[in-house]
Design a protein around this ligand. Structure first.
Ligand code: P1T
Length: 381
């Protein structure tokens, strides 16, 4: 089955009791049992719920994986992966990643004796040098949030597999429409389903997909034992969102390409970060591992003036100034003070998250309206 068909039908069945084409919202916490342990596959909705199961199956199908798991947020999904580890274990991650992930690693899991190394992945020698017997997990985002760096998944997998280290890829920015990390040998794919998978800025949710049965059993155990699940209503909404993922992503990519090219020529712009631009340092890797370049881009205004960046985001009218991304509507953000404020200034500035950086989540509106909006906001500085 091709991706566009899978987005609608992948691993889905009509509801067995009524034939309902969309799975009903099974708004129940528990299920009747004939005799203790004798039930129809569901006991308690933390452990399993038919609407959530339908969604988890869809996640697995889209990522070309065998097992899907849904969580109450993206961070809850990452948290479940971290719970595979024990004190003394080490994790190597990218130095340019979502601020909330960095906060979870450094403020929660360092306390439990897990050591994190945050590095740039441009040169895999740095990665190889850091690996030791305690290294258990490599955690990467690609494209990264917010700098849109691209990490060569196959190159990372090649190194990790020599040492039997798990590779987890946060695929939130790319989505399975653009990139399939499991096909490239990664062990775990993670999503903030709040973003493109849901697609309508109305749900907070996380997802994991894996191929290995043993790993899936460990993660299902954690999902049930820790309990950070999502509810049936949210499961239904994301399942509905998934059915248009391919159409939305196509338009997100088209609009972002036009905007990236427009911004690159704009006299008030210092630099544009979008992996589809030939000037992007990882453009070749992006071309190799992605089907297109996505709807996220960042840019910095000339002179590194925070005040200018602030004026631009305050004056955009169609782009709403807000956290989050991946919905049908265009959003803008100021990473240094918003999504990445939890990363110390010295750390974030090393990776390019300066005070003049603006991040756009390019929506699927008419692109000429989006360009006009940027034009009028940039006139103010
Ligand atoms: O917000 P939540 O669903 O818990 O997902 C966390 C998360 C994980 N990974 C990436 C790459 C993310 O971008 C996020 C959430 N990011 C934002 C809210 C943001 O505006 O960047």
């Amino acid at each position: 089955m091709k991706f566009n068909t899978k987005a609608i039908h992948g691993n889905q069945k009509h509801d067995p009791s009524t034939g309902a084409v969309m799975p009903p919202i099974y708004q129940t916490s528990t299920y009747a049992q004939k005799s203790p342990g004798q039930h129809k596959g569901f006991e308690y909705s933390r452990t399993g719920n038919p609407t959530r199961s339908a969604l988890e199956n869809a996640f697995a199908s889209l990522e070309n994986g065998k097992f899907g798991l849904a969580f109450g947020s993206g961070l809850a999904a990452i948290d479940a992966v971290m719970k595979l580890l024990k004190p003394g274990d080490e994790v190597i991650s990218t130095n340019d990643l979502y601020g909330g992930t960095y906060r979870l690693f450094t403020k929660i899991y360092e306390k439990f004796g897990i050591k994190f190394h945050f590095i740039g992945f441009r040169n895999t020698n740095t990665l190889s040098k850091l690996i030791n017997k305690k290294t258990k997990l490599i955690w990467i985002e690609t494209p990264t949030n917010p700098m849109l760096n691209i990490i060569d998944i196959e190159a990372v997998v090649k190194i990790a597999s020599q040492h039997k280290i798990l590779v987890a890829v946060d695929n939130t920015f790319a989505t399975p429409y653009l990139q399939l990390p499991l096909d490239m040998g990664a062990d775990i794919v993670m999503h903030s389903a709040t973003k493109y998978l849901g697609g309508h800025s109305d749900v907070v949710m996380g997802a994991l997909v894996v191929n290995d049965k043993d790993l899936s059993e460990k993660l299902y155990f954690i999902q049930n034992a820790s309990g950070a699940i999502c509810g049936p209503m949210d499961s239904f909404l994301v399942l509905r969102g998934l059915k248009t993922l391919h159409v939305r992503m196509q338009r997100h990519c088209e609009n972002a390409a036009i905007i990236a090219n427009y911004l690159e020529k704009h006299p008030k712009i210092e630099k544009v970060y979008w992996p589809g631009l030939k000037t992007h340092p990882n453009h070749k890797i992006a071309k190799k591992q992605m089907n297109d370049f996505g709807g996220m881009l960042s840019f910095s205004t000339k002179g590194n003036y925070k005040v200018d960046a602030m004026k631009v985001v305050e004056n955009l009218k169609i782009f709403t100034l807000a956290e989050s991304l991946g919905g049908v509507e265009s959003l803008c953000g100021h990473p240094a003070t918003m999504t990445h404020a939890s990363i110390p200034k010295e750390e974030r500035e090393k990776t390019g998250v300066t005070d003049s950086l603006i991040r756009l989540s390019v929506g699927i509106e008419d692109v000429s309206d989006l360009i006009d909006d940027l034009e009028q906001a940039l006139m103010i500085i």
